[in-house]
Design a protein around this ligand. Sequence first.
Ligand SMILES: NC(=O)c1ccc[n+]([C@@H]2O[C@H](COP(=O)([O-])OP(=O)(O)OC[C@H]3O[C@@H](n4cnc5c(N)ncnc54)[C@H](OP(=O)(O)O)[C@@H]3O)[C@@H](O)[C@H]2O)c1
Length: 286
Amino acid sequence: MTPATRWLLTGGGGQLATAFENLLDGEVLVAREESLDLRDAVAVAAAVRSFRPDIVLHTAAYTDVDGAERDERTAYAVNALGTRHIVAALHGTHAQVVSFSSDYVFDGRKGAPYVEHDEPAPLNAYGRTKLAQERETLAWLHGTVIRTAWLFSATGGNFVKTILAAARERAAARPAQPLRVVDDQVGSPTYAGHLAAAVVEALRDGLGPGIYHMAGGGACSWCELAREVVALAGLRVAVEPLTTEQAGRPAARPAYSALTTERAVPQPPCWQDGVAAVMDELLDRP
Ligand SMILES: NC(=O)c1ccc[n+]([C@@H]2O[C@H](COP(=O)([O-])OP(=O)(O)OC[C@H]3O[C@@H](n4cnc5c(N)ncnc54)[C@H](OP(=O)(O)O)[C@@H]3O)[C@@H](O)[C@H]2O)c1
């Protein structure tokens, strides 16, 4: 990676791509779905060959976990085949592909934070398509997979923003009404800005091919994450625990999918620092 590095950034407009856009030096081509649908192999080949990237930061994905349960075919077409199209277009070059995967490739039964060599066993369709994406990425000699988790940022839709909006509504109701949030799923919430910075630092240090875990340090449940958001927003709303069964979502989710690493790679700060950073942005605090 040099000041002249040519970056192809897929997933433009998404949480992670927006965080990267703010950090990258050099020539950056931001690919958005409306101008480059990764399911179109011919269009992907044409875009890659004309831009000639040194590094593809492949953040684009079908990320709707419950939607994938209803339509796995579409999720697979974007996540696995889209990645295959990028890799195929790079044949004959030395370009690196950095692809982003998920804690949802694990079944959550380990009961301790997952490391890179733990065996994936996805519980849901989204996780299966992300595992397939990993395999497509690693089929490339210069393929790097970064598994992350529970991403949030000031851009786009995510759990933190949903909770903030819901808590404001409940706080305004008379009497104020509680929020009920799932408390029996634990993971590693990750601020997209922190992840992007850790990835750029890792690439500067020469991050090679293979699998790496990079997620916010520590672990918490969705309920604990919601309580942190409500507290930092200064809202007087009770956040009460809900079980996964009571939530009744279409896709099964792992009960414990915190990530940690056994590799020497930069890591995002702890999840509480990530929430503080995004809340400063969302509440427009300097
Ligand atoms: N979000 C999380 O909690 C989480 C957790 C673990 C891992 N990850 C992984 O981290 C990466 C980044 O996630 P994110 O939260 O930044 O995702 P995001 O905000 O949902 O952004 C994904 C982007 O991909 C684009 N996209 C979807 N289908 C496409 C297609 N057919 N062709 C081209 N672009 C397409 C979307 O465009 P449209 O909006 O126009 O559809 C969107 O801009 C993904 O690989 C995701 O699977 C995310």
